[in-house]
Design a protein around this ligand. Structure first.
Ligand code: ZN
Ligand code: ZN
Ligand code: ZN
Length: 214
């Protein structure tokens, strides 16, 4: 029997594992987590195949389940047994589980949580943003901004697509006098414009320094 291995970590690819095939002709499979590390490093899905150096254009969702697709693109630890990064009032470490895209916090320490019914819309936003060539810091802001637009502006039971989030982004971009330079200051202005709370700076720092998404 053939044992398949992932060319990045050289570990076995076991049956049932979620993997990724790139668009080149190498026919090589990667652990999805190893593919994700390349995406994080490069800043989008259009990475070069480590074998033939041809750029990947396969941006398909890894599974049919939007929640799974979101989790697969976030920091691997989030789907494992880690705890909220806050302390309780008595100074002990919070024992609750962190919620995805919740700044590493549980539902008590940050309650602005993406509702389940919006997982599909958010997964589309996430996979869209990872096709742009913005800098990592802008990608982080855009993901957080998209989550907040979904929660605060697209919550009237209608069915929305990512064009509704993009519409908010482009509205902001077009009312600015300055040329479209996406930087920290520029991205923070978008929160003021739509009267949204800015992202947790500790979260931003962590995701920037570790080039990850939690
Ligand atoms: Zn691997
Ligand atoms: Zn290749
Ligand atoms: Zn907590």
């Amino acid at each position: 029997m053939d044992i398949k291995t992932c060319p990045i970590c050289l570990d076995e690819i076991e049956p049932g594992m979620i993997t990724k095939k790139l668009s080149c002709n190498c026919k090589q499979e990667y652990h999805f987590a190893c593919f994700k590390q390349m995406v994080y490093k490069h800043g989008n899905f259009f990475i070069k195949c480590p074998m033939c150096r041809i750029k990947n254009t396969n941006v398909d969702y890894p599974t049919e389940d939007p929640k799974e697709n979101i989790l697969l693109m976030l920091h691997t630890a989030l789907s494992k047994n880690i705890k909220c990064n806050h302390k309780t009032k008595t100074g002990n470490k919070c024992k609750l589980k962190p919620i995805m895209l919740n700044y590493g916090c549980c539902h008590v320490h940050n309650s602005e949580i993406l509702p389940k019914e919006n997982y599909e819309l958010f997964s589309k936003w996430l996979y869209h943003i990872l096709q742009t060539n913005y800098k990592w810091i802008s990608i982080l802001y855009l993901l957080d901004f998209g989550k907040k637009i979904i929660i605060h502006k697209l919550n009237d039971n209608k069915v929305y697509g990512i064009e509704s989030i993009l519409n908010h982004l482009y509205t902001y971009i077009n009312i600015q006098d300055e040329i479209n330079i996406i930087n920290k200051h520029y991205m923070e202005g978008i929160y003021d414009y739509f009267k949204l709370e800015k992202p947790c700076q500790k979260w931003l720092r962590y995701c920037l320094d570790n080039r990850t998404i939690i």
